[in-house]
Design a protein around this ligand. Structure first.
Ligand code: SF4
Length: 298
């Protein structure tokens, strides 16, 4: 199969945070993260991106900076796709000034997440308070390479969403993206974090009414991935928005997971998995494991 024009590459499933809302599908289906590609495997994926004329690649994880070979992979990406837009999403815990400068020299756009102020530790499963993260966002802006900052709004941090927005804006965020927590990944085990559509609309109104926002911002409105054929009907009824149009996932954009297997988006499962087959498909340039689907879900 030919890769879509916009791709997300999940370079690793490893992460040094334990965000309770983390959307990564391997928290539900651990075997989707098994058999992580090595550097040669990712170079093959990037070569396929180049031959399929992919115009935009987002590198993410897990936490991408945990890969010791990250910059070798990124250098290969820039060499093979000189004109493509390259971006990287990181929790920024391992970022520093030299790495910001290296990303800038590779023309690699940066994005991170600010998941709370007083709630930052509980929203990331760490003992951190987010101050270092805001310092990194500020330093990147000072170095002329400002970062996009995203925020996942849950029942726990919704009360301080306007303060989170103001903190990101005053730190020098390039743009701010706000999304409601989605029913997927680790969030499936934390239904108490879900918010209602009404609560989400109230958060949006409070952000819109902030004075002097000074930074472009956008809202996501997805509460559940409707492509997830394993989603329970009760959840679809609760959060589905009734949209009937075809989802562009898999056509205009797609994802390659840590094991090299193609999925239509970061929230979805491999096609063969959804159909009830095993996860090894010829969509993976590097092959995959033959695994019984029934054994996959925790
Ligand atoms: S949301 Fe990101 S930082 Fe948090 S646990 Fe998941 S991969 Fe790690």
């Amino acid at each position: 199969m030919r890769y879509p024009r916009q791709m997300t590459l999940e370079l690793t499933a490893k992460c040094n945070f334990s965000c309770p809302y983390c959307y990564c599908v391997w928290h539900e289906y651990p075997l989707l993260a098994k058999g992580e590609l090595d550097m040669a495997g990712w170079k093959k994926v990037l070569d396929k991106c180049a031959s399929d004329r992919v115009c935009s690649i987002l590198f993410t994880g897990g936490e991408v900076l945990l890969r010791p070979d990250l910059f070798t992979i990124l250098n290969h990406a820039r060499q093979s796709l000189p004109m493509s837009r390259l971006s990287l999403f990181t929790n920024a815990s391992l970022m520093d000034e030299p790495s910001i400068k290296r990303f800038k020299s590779l023309r690699l756009h940066l994005a991170t997440s600010l998941q709370g102020l007083t709630t930052y530790g509980s929203m990331t499963g760490t003992a951190l308070d987010g101050e270092r993260l805001r310092g990194i966002v500020a330093r990147a802006a000072e170095l002329g390479w400002p970062m996009t900052v995203s925020m996942t709004i849950t029942s726990a941090n919704a009360f301080e969403a306007p303060d989170m927005f103001a903190a990101a804006a005053s730190s020098g965020a390039k743009t701010i993206q706000l999304n409601p927590v989605m029913a997927g990944g680790r969030a499936v085990s934390h239904p108490e974090l879900m918010i209602t559509r009404q609560q989400w609309e109230r958060v949006k109104d409070r952000i819109r009414s902030l004075p002097n926002k000074r930074v472009p911002y956008s809202f996501g409105n997805e509460f559940i991935c409707k492509c997830r054929t394993d989603a329970e009907m009760s959840m679809l009824d609760k959060w589905g928005d009734g949209a009937t149009g075809p989802c562009p996932a898999g056509k205009s954009f797609g994802t390659v997971g840590p094991n090299g297997v193609f999925r239509s988006c970061i929230h979805s499962l491999p096609t063969s998995f959804a159909a009830g087959a095993n996860i090894h498909t010829n969509e993976s340039p590097n092959g995959g494991e033959h695994v019984s689907v029934r054994a996959m879900r925790k």
